[in-house]
Design a protein around this ligand. Structure first.
Ligand SMILES: [Zn+2]
Length: 212
């Protein structure tokens, strides 16, 4: 019988750090070197089972038999569960907090709510919004046309979500609300930071092309 294989990984579903059993493998062969005794190189896809929550993760990594001996020699990408991509062009504090939120996204909906709220607080600080609380600060940004009015309506709901996350007495957030929170927060971050960032990049690229 073939020996079982294990990979150390932090589970994106439950946060457990564990040695997970490889329950399925696919090898996407890129090259093979028959002259060297059948050495091969390509991408491994592995399905892993979390011993704690019994959910599966899908990982991918490049493997070259000739130069790699342990998984430490390569870089593992987790394809599933999906951990959000961080929007481009975010200031440091906003980036860091949104990244922290993404890490708990599949683990704790309430913690996610709190961290999404903190992400927006950093946005308000960075945009020098005035006001006593997150809601009035977002309103300030809306009045100054930094965010469109319809996003403020969304943002005010995010504030409500966040209050639910932060205060146990006002009820619990569930995993069903997480994608709503995520989409709303992304809409704000992309409008304020990512779109101007991409426009700036496009302009720079255009200037380079003109000079050729
Ligand atoms: Zn798990």
């Amino acid at each position: 019988m073939k020996e079982k294989e294990y990979v150390n990984l932090k589970c994106g579903h439950c946060g457990n750090h564990a040695s997970m059993e490889v329950v399925n493998t696919y090898f996407d062969l890129h090259e093979s070197y028959d002259d060297f005794g059948g050495l091969s190189a390509g991408d491994y896809y592995r399905m892993l089972l979390c011993p704690a929550c019994k959910k599966v993760s899908l990982i991918k990594f490049y493997w070259h038999e000739g130069i790699m001996t342990t998984l430490g020699d390569t870089e593992i990408t987790v394809l599933y569960p999906n951990i959000s991509e961080i929007p481009k062009g975010l200031p440091q504090d906003v980036h860091r907090t949104f990244e922290s939120a993404s890490r708990v996204k599949n683990i704790d909906a309430n913690a996610y709510g709190v961290l999404i709220g903190r992400t927006l607080e950093f946005v308000c600080i960075e945009r020098k919004a005035t006001g006593d609380n997150l809601y009035t600060q977002l309103e300030f940004l809306s009045k100054n046309n930094e965010i469109p009015a319809n996003i403020t309506t969304i943002a005010s709901q995010l504030r409500i979500f966040r209050n639910i996350g932060a205060h146990a007495s006002s009820g619990e957030l569930t995993k069903d609300e997480v994608p709503i929170l995520e989409d709303l927060c992304l809409a704000i971050l992309e409008y304020i930071y990512t779109v101007p960032y991409l426009v700036k990049k496009a302009n720079e690229a255009m200037e380079k092309v003109k000079k050729l």
